[in-house]
Design a protein around this ligand. Structure first.
Ligand SMILES: *Cc1c(COP(=O)(O)O)cnc(C)c1O
Length: 395
């Protein structure tokens, strides 16, 4: 069979079908060496010198991810934050960048604090509104437009193709944090993006047992070489065992993401008109603001992330000063039995968290919002647990 004709499910299940040449092992060995032998004539024909820059433990996972994202190259990083910040540190002080008002909180903090001190001109825009992006972009001066879709924690959807066209016309690159969509549901490079970022900690790894990040590039250009240099020189290098775990997780990526998306859709529809729920934020709901764009650029589901805004309960006791919907949300999280109260997302187990408590002052997360990461448990069990928790939170 022509390997280029295989479906991505087949490619992922066999992690590209690579077999260890030496042993014929179906799963790869874990290379732990920090250094590589130099040839007697002082050359490095293997292409590998030192594992901070060139670790063979990364090869298969990087090649698989590049293939799934339809990119030319991929790089693994020590975390999602290391990957994302490398994309900005490969720019130059003085460059102007656009980022979304609603985005992953830690990266927003880094942009507003570290990146601005380092010299980037960071401007936050309503990224889901192409007219706002068009108005803010400065041709020749803006070097990078950063998109996250669907975006934490409101699951706002940004039209990647429309935003890429605006960026390209102004001479800027477009990068997409595609952690939540994963390559199963969206391929940003095919929609015109230049760079894709993943917190591989989440769906790619998929088992809440590693911290990792990745970037995938459309082109092997100067910018990509600078990103490669940032990884090697800053030392944002993933460990070999984590790279091995990541590759193992990616073999089941399609099954996990499709199950999580189908369950999230069911949970969103179940609670959309619920008496204890003010609103459900999920791009798969037909009346969601971003639904039409999401239906166009996501295939096979709308992802496993949604948020519930909880209605105030007459009898909810105020906890630590929280009142109304906030107290009801915190009390609901307190009463779940199957869902786990924890931050992060994309694992096999479903997680619930009161997002405003995590993000703190200045968060765009409403105080009554619970962020849900849907895992691969039975959707009926997840719904029943939320039902009893919502009821007990106001008993
Ligand atoms: C978790 C996450 C990150 C950061 O990844 P880490 O591996 O935790 O550093 C970035 N973006 C999104 C959307 C995330 O969910």
């Amino acid at each position: 069979m022509d390997p280029n004709q295989l479906h991505p499910e087949s490619i992922a299940a066999q992690a590209l079908g690579w077999v260890d040449e030496k042993t014929r092992a179906i799963t790869p060995p874990i290379h732990l060496s920090s250094t590589f032998l130099r040839d007697p004539d002082n050359q490095y024909r293997s292409g590998r010198v030192y594992a901070r820059a060139d670790n063979p433990a990364f090869d298969q996972a990087e090649a698989l991810l590049a293939r799934l994202e339809q990119g030319s190259h991929a790089l693994l990083f020590a975390s999602g934050m290391a990957a994302a910040t490398a994309a900005f540190l490969a720019l130059s002080p003085g460059d102007h960048v656009l980022a979304p008002k609603v985005m992953y909180w830690s990266l927003r903090n880094w942009l507003m604090n570290f990146a601005t001190h380092w010299g980037l001109q960071v401007e936050l825009v309503e990224m889901s509104d192409p007219a706002a992006v068009q108005a803010a972009i400065r041709p020749g001066k803006t070097k990078l437009v950063w998109v996250e879709t669907p975006a934490n924690p409101l699951w706002t959807v940004t039209d990647i193709a429309a935003t890429a066209a605006i960026a390209r016309a102004a001479g800027a690159r477009l990068a997409v944090d595609s952690t939540v969509a994963s390559p199963v549901l969206t391929q940003p490079l095919a929609l015109g993006a230049d760079l894709v970022m993943h917190a591989a900690t989440k769906y790619l790894g998929g088992h809440s047992d590693l911290i990792a990040g990745a970037l995938v590039s459309r082109a092997n250009d100067d910018y990509w070489q600078r990103i490669r240099a940032v990884r090697a020189q800053v030392g944002a290098t993933l460990g070999s065992f984590e790279a091995w775990l990541l590759l193992r997780g990616m073999r089941t990526l399609f099954l996990r993401v499709r199950q999580a998306s189908a369950s999230a859709q069911r949970i969103a529809e179940h609670f959309a008109k619920h008496r204890h729920v003010e609103a459900v934020l999920y791009p798969g709901l037909s009346d969601a603001a971003g639904h039409a764009v999401a239906a166009r650029q996501m295939q096979g589901g709308f992802g496993g992330m949604l948020s519930l805004r909880v209605k105030a309960g007459a009898h909810t006791t105020a906890q630590a000063g929280a009142q109304g919907g906030e107290a009801a949300a915190i009390a609901t999280a307190a009463h779940v039995e199957l869902w786990k109260r924890a931050t992060s997302l994309g694992g096999t187990e479903s997680l619930i968290e009161h997002r405003a408590s995590v993000e703190g002052a200045g968060t765009p997360a409403p105080a009554d919002l619970l962020r849900l990461s849907v895992g691969i448990e039975d959707a009926g069990d997840l719904i029943a647990d939320l039902e009893q928790a919502l009821a007990r939170a106001r008993a």
